[in-house]
Design a protein around this ligand. Structure first.
Ligand code: BES
Ligand code: ZN
Length: 943
C-alpha cells in the first residue's frame, strides 16, 4: 500500500514537472539545444523546468572542478564532475550555466559506469541561466550519480564570473591575471553548478597554469604536477561544505607576505609585485582579526589558511570568498606615505567585515537572498565590534551613528523596503545589497544587542553559529537562538534555563514576563520604515506617540494617512533625565503610550546614545528646551546624544515637523563644542544645504551661507595644522574642516594649500604631502591648468591606489567643464581611469556645481554602455542614478528625471534606485519651497 502510494506521488510529481513548463514561458525564452553536440533525440525535448529556482530533488554533494585559463587567448576551458544525490525519479538534471559553451555532458552511476553510451542532450534556458541535461535512463530516487560536463568560455570582460584584470608595471609592461567574483549569481558564469546558497557542497579544484604564474583558491594546494605542454596543474585540498557563491580562484603573478595566527592559520596578503611593500598593515590586521573572531565566536576558523588579495580591477569594495578574500586595492593596501587616517580606518573595517563573513555568511548562510541581511547586516555590525576590540585607537564607535543615519536617510523615503524582502531574479537579488541590508541591518542589531546586553547577545549568536554551521538559516533561527541562551552544558543536562537566563532578566527591565523576541524583531525586519517617536510633557507624564517617519510627505498631505496605515513597531525606548544618572527603559508596543517621570524633571532626552532605531521629536517647546540645555550645559549629554539631536533636528526640518531656524538655533551651541563627532555632524548639515544651494542660481544666499559657515567655524579652522599629527579624531576633523574651508574659498586656507601645492609641483610630484590634507591641497592645485595636468600625469604613473583616489577627487574639483568632460570620457574609455572607478568618478563630477549637469547628460547619453558594463541591479548603477540626480531641487529638474526614467521604462521599472532618486528630488524640491526664505531671513539676521 505504502509503495503504491509512493509510486503514485512520484509519477504525479513527474507529470507536474513537465506540465509546469507553461507555454508563455516557452514563447518568451525558447529552450535551445546546445550547439556543439550530437543532439540526437533532443529535437523533441522541451525544457523541463519553468521556475527560476532549481528543483530541490537533486542535491549536489561534491564538485571536482578542473580549470584551464589561458591568459594569452583570454579564454578558459574546464570540466566539472558533480556528485549528486537524486531524491525523486527523474530523467532530467537542471542546473545553472550562463554564457558557457557546453561541449559534452555525461552521467555515471556510483560505480563510474556511464548511463548512456552517447553524450547527453543539453537544453538551454538562457533567460533563466539554466541548462537541462537529459538522461534517457531514469535517475533513481535514493541513488547517487556523477554528472560530468565539459565547457569553455572567454574570460569575462566585466567584474563578475571568471574575469580578466590587468595592471601595468613601472617599466610600462601590461600584465594579465584572471580572478573570480561570484556573489550573488555569477558562479554559473565560470562552471555549471547548482548556484543557490542552500546547495552547499564540497569542492575540489584543480587549475592548470604556466610556470610563471601562481594559482590560488579557497583551500591550500596539496600538490602540483606537470601535465605536459610546459604546464603545471595545482590541486587544491577539498573544501569544507559551502555555497557556490563563495568559491574563488585567481591565476596571477603576485607576491605575498605571510604570518600565522595563534591557532596556526596561515594568513597571506597578495598584491602585484611592485605593491607588496603596501601589504604589511593588512597582514597585521588580518591576523589580529582572525584571532579576535576565533575567540568572540568561540569557533575556530575552520580552514588552514586565509589569503587576502588586492585585485587591480574590482567593482565593489571586497568579497568574502572562503579562505580567499578579494579586495579592491584601496580596501587592502596601506601605503604609509600616501594613505590617510581615513584610508587606514577603511582598510581595517573592510578586513573586519570580510573576515566576519567567514562565520556570518560562510559558516552559516541565509537560506535565500531575501535575507541577505543575515550576512551583510551582521558583517557590517561586526566591523564595529571587531575594530573596537582590536584597534581601540581608531575610535570606530564614533562612526556607528553614521551607519544608523544612513539607514534612517533611505528608510524615511517612501521607496524604502523591509530588510527582508522577496528577491527572485539576479537583478532583484543584486539590489538586495543596499542600505537596508547593511546599515539598517547593523543598526537594528545594535539595538537588539543593547536590549539584550552584550553578553547575552554574544552567547546567542555563538549558539546560532554553532547550531547552523555548514547549514542555512532563517530569521526565526536567529531569534530562537538569541532568546534561548542556555549554555551547552545546561542544554545537555536538560536544565530549563530560559526563565533563569540573563536574557529574560534583562527583558524584564523592558517588558516584564512576556517578552516575545520574534514579535518584536518582526516589526523591524519585516516592516519597512523608521518610527518617529513624538514626546510631550504633561505634568509628571511623558506622552508618547509613534508614527512612520517620512521625509517626503507632510501630515497635512492627503497621502499621509494612507502611508501611515498599519505601521507599528515594538520600540525598546530608553531615556535620560536631569533627575538621575540612570538610563530608563520602556518597551513601547502601542501607538500611544505614557510614562510617569515625575514633576521635578526639567529635561528628558529620549533614545540614549541612539541605541534605538527611531527618530525623536520633542513637541510643544521641547526642542527649545534642548537648545537651551545645549547652550547652558552641553556636556550634560553624551557626545552621541548631542550628535543625534543635531541629526534628528535636521531630519525633522526636512520632514516639515520643525522649522529650519529652530534647527539652526540648536546648532548655535557648536561654538562651545570640542568633540569632533557633533562638530562634524553640524558642519555636515550646513554643508549639505550649501551643496544644494550652490547648484541653484541663488548667488546671494550661497554667498551668505558661505560667510556664515566660515565665520561660525573660524576658531576651529584656525586651530588646524597642516600635518598628520594628533589623535585619529583630531586628524579626521582636520581633514574635513580644511577641505570645506578651501571649498568655501577661505583665503587663508587657499593660500596655505597653494603654497603646499607649489612645493609639490617643484618636487615633480615626489614630495609626500601630509596624507590627511593631501586631497585638499590637490583640489586647490587642480584649479590651475598646469596643476591639473601635473596631477593627471601623476595619477597615470602612481603606484599607490590611495594616492590615485585622492588625485582623482581633486581632478573632479576643477571648475573647467572641458576638463570635467575629459575625465568622464577617460572613465568611459577605461584605460587611464579604470572602469571600476567610473561610478565614483561620475558621482564626484556630479558633486561639483560646474559638473552636475554634465554628469547627468553623460549618464543619459551613455546609459546603455553603463548598464552593459556594470549590470542593471549593481551598486554602481545605483550610485550613478542616485549620485547624478541627488542634487536636483527644482520642479523642472524633477520632470527631467521623470522623463528620462520614462524613456528607459523597462529597465527603470526593475530598479529601486529610480524610485529612490525620484523621492530624493521630490524631497529637495519641497525643501526649497519650504525653507529657502527662512534660510535667507535667518542668514540676514546673522550678518
Ligand atoms: N559580500 C559583499 C560583496 C558583494 C557586494 C557581493 C555586492 C555582491 C554584491 C562583501 O562582503 C561586501 O559587503 N563588500 C562591501 C565592502 C564592505 C567593506 C562593506 C562592498 O563591496 O561594498
Ligand atoms: Zn559583506
Amino acid at each position: 500500500m505504502m509503495a503504491l502510494l509512493g509510486l503514485l506521488v512520484l509519477s504525479l510529481f513527474h507529470v507536474s514537472l513537465v506540465g509546469s513548463h507553461t507555454s508563455s514561458q516557452h514563447a518568451s525564452s525558447p529552450a535551445q539545444p546546445a550547439g556543439e553536440q550530437s543532439s540526437e533525440g533532443s529535437d523533441n525535448l522541451s525544457f523541463p523546468w519553468s521556475r527560476l529556482r532549481l528543483p530541490r530533488y537533486i542535491i549536489p554533494l561534491h564538485y571536482d572542478l578542473h580549470l584551464h585559463p589561458n591568459l594569452t587567448s583570454l579564454s578558459f576551458t574546464g570540466s566539472v564532475q558533480i556528485q549528486i544525490d537524486v531524491q525523486n525519479n527523474t530523467n532530467w538534471v537542471v542546473l545553472h550555466s550562463k554564457g558557457l559553451k557546453i561541449s559534452k555532458a555525461t552521467i555515471m552511476d556510483q560505480n563510474l559506469t556511464h548511463l548512456s553510451d552517447k553524450v547527453l542532450p543539453v537544453l538551454h534556458h538562457p533567460s533563466h541561466e539554466q541548462i537541462g541535461i537529459f538522461s534517457p535512463r531514469v535517475l533513481s530516487s535514493g541513488r547517487k550519480y556523477f554528472l560530468c560536463i565539459e565547457f569553455g568560455a572567454e574570460l569575462a570582460e566585466g567584474f563578475y564570473g571568471f574575469y580578466k584584470s590587468t595592471y601595468r608595471t613601472s617599466t610600462g609592461e601590461t600584465r594579465t591575471l584572471a580572478s573570480t567574483h561570484f556573489e550573488p549569481t555569477s558562479a554559473r558564469m565560470a562552471f555549471p553548478c547548482f548556484d543557490e546558497p542552500s546547495f552547499k557542497a564540497n569542492f575540489t579544484v584543480r587549475i592548470k597554469r604556466n610556470p610563471e604564474f601562481i594559482s590560488l583558491s579557497n583551500m591550500p594546494i596539496v600538490k602540483t604536477v606537470e601535465v605536459g605542454d610546459g604546464l603545471l596543474e595545482d590541486q587544491f585540498d577539498v573544501s569544507v561544505k559551502m555555497s557556490t557563491y563563495l568559491v574563488a580562484f585567481v591565476v596571477c603573478d603576485f607576491k605575498s607576505v605571510t604570518a600565522t595566527t595563534s591557532s596556526g592559520v596561515q594568513v597571506s596578503i597578495y598584491a602585484s609585485p611592485e605593491k607588496w611593500q603596501q601589504t604589511s598593515y593588512a597582514l597585521e590586521v588580518a591576523v589580529k582579526m582572525l584571532d579576535f573572531y576565533d575567540e568572540y565566536f568561540n569557533i575556530h576558523y575552520p580552514l588552514p589558511k586565509q589569503d587576502l588579495i588586492a585585485i587591480p580591477d574590482f567593482e565593489s569594495g571586497a568579497m568574502e570568498n572562503w579562505g580567499l578574500t578579494t579586495y579592491r586595492e584601496t580596501s587592502l593596501l596601506y601605503d604609509p606615505l600616501t594613505s590617510s587616517i581615513s584610508d587606514k580606518l577603511w582598510i581595517t573595517m573592510v578586513i573586519g567585515h570580510e573576515l566576519a563573513h567567514q562565520w556570518f555568511g560562510n559558516l552559516v548562510t541565509m537560506e535565500w537572498w531575501n535575507d541577505i541581511w543575515l550576512n551583510e547586516g551582521f558583517a557590517r555590525y561586526m566591523e564595529y565590534i571587531s575594530v573596537e576590540a582590536t584597534y581601540p585607537d581608531l575610535k570606530v564607535e564614533e562612526y556607528l551613528l553614521h551607519t544608523c543615519f544612513a539607514a534612517v536617510g533611505s528608510d524615511s523615503l517612501n521607496s524604502s523596503r523591509p530588510i527582508s524582502s522577496p528577491a527572485e531574479n539576479p537583478t532583484q537579488i543584486t539590489q538586495m545589497f543596499d542600505t537596508a541590508s547593511y546599515d539598517k541591518g547593523a543598526c537594528v542589531l545594535h539595538m537588539l544587542r543593547h536590549f539584550l546586553t552584550d553578553d547575552v547577545f554574544q552567547r546567542g549568536i555563538v549558539r546560532y553559529l554553532r547550531k547552523y554551521s555548514y547549514k542555512n538559516a532563517l530569521n526565526q533561527d536567529l531569534w530562537d537562538s538569541l532568546a534561548n541562551t542556555c549554555s551547552e552544558e545546561d542544554f545537555i543536562s536538560g536544565k530549563h534555563c530560559y526563565s533563569s537566563s540573563q536574557a529574560s532578566k534583562n527583558a524584564y527591565l523592558f517588558a516584564g514576563e512576556h517578552l516575545d523576541l520574534t514579535a518584536m524583531m518582526n516589526t523591524w525586519i519585516l516592516q519597512k520604515g523608521v518610527p518617529l517617536v513624538t514626546v510631550t510633557r504633561k505634568g509628571p507624564h511623558l506622552l508618547l506617540r509613534q508614527d512612520r517617519f517620512l521625509r517626503t510627505v507632510l501630515p497635512s498631505d492627503p497621502l499621509w494617512s494612507s502611508l501611515q496605515k498599519g505601521f507599528l513597531w515594538h520600540i525598546p525606548l530608553t531615556y535620560k533625565t536631569d533627575a538621575s544618572n540612570t538610563i530608563h527603559r520602556h518597551l513601547m508596543t502601542t501607538q500611544t503610550d505614557s510614562i510617569h517621570i515625575g514633576e521635578e524633571v526639567s529635561w528628558v532626552k529620549v533614545n540614549t546614545d541612539m541605541t534605538g532605531y527611531y527618530v525623536v521629536h520633542y513637541e510643544d517647546g521641547g526642542w527649545d528646551k534642548m537648545t537651551k540645555l545645549l547652550r547652558q550645559n552641553h556636556t550634560a549629554l553624551s557626545y552621541k546624544d548631542r550628535t543625534q539631536l543635531i541629526h534628528n533636528a535636521f531630519q525633522l526640518v526636512t520632514a516639515g515637523h520643525l522649522s529650519l531656524d529652530k534647527g539652526l538655533d540648536l546648532i548655535g551651541y557648536l561654538q562651545l563644542e570640542t568633540h569632533n563627532v557633533p562638530l562634524l555632524q553640524g558642519l555636515g548639515s550646513l554643508q549639505a544645504f550649501y551643496h544644494m544651494i550652490e547648484k541653484r542660481n541663488e548667488i546671494d544666499v550661497t554667498r551668505k551661507l558661505r560667510m556664515h559657515i566660515l565665520r561660525f567655524f573660524r576658531v576651529v579652522i584656525d586651530q588646524q595644522t597642516w600635518s598628520d599629527g594628533g589623535s585619529v579624531s583630531e586628524r579626521r576633523l582636520r581633514s574635513e574642516l580644511l577641505s570645506l574651508a578651501c571649498h568655501l574659498d577661505d583665503p587663508p586656507c587657499l593660500e596655505r594649500a597653494r603654497q603646499s601645492f607649489k612645493h609639490w609641483l617643484q618636487s615633480k610630484g615626489t614630495l609626500n604631502l601630509p596624507t590627511d590634507v593631501a586631497t585638499t591641497v590637490f583640489s586647490v592645485g587642480a584649479q590651475e591648468d598646469r596643476g591639473w595636468a601635473s596631477l593627471l600625469h601623476t595619477y597615470n604613473i602612481s603606484s599607490s591606489a590611495a594616492q590615485k583616489s585622492k588625485i582623482l577627487f581633486a581632478l573632479t574639483c576643477s571648475r573647467d567643464t572641458n576638463k570635467l568632460h575629459r575625465l568622464l570620457e577617460l572613465g568611459l574609455e577605461g584605460k587611464v581611469i579604470r572602469s571600476q572607478d567610473l561610478s565614483s568618478l561620475i558621482f564626484m563630477v556630479a558633486r561639483n556645481p560646474q559638473g552636475h549637469r554634465l554628469a547627468w547628460n553623460f549618464v543619459k547619453k551613455n546609459w546603455d554602455t553603463l548598464v552593459q558594463r556594470f549590470q542593471l541591479g549593481s551598486s554602481c548603477i545605483r550610485s550613478i542614478i542616485i549620485g547624478t540626480t541627488g542634487h536636483f531641487s527644482s520642479p523642472e529638474e524633477l520632470a527631467e528625471v521623470q522623463l528620462f526614467f520614462e524613456s528607459i521604462k523597462e529597465q527603470a521599472s526593475q530598479l529601486r534606485a529610480t524610485q529612490v532618486a525620484l523621492d530624493n528630488v521630490q524631497k529637495n524640491v519641497r525643501w526649497f519651497q519650504r525653507n529657502l526664505e527662512t534660510l535667507r531671513n535667518w542668514l540676514n539676521q546673522q550678518m
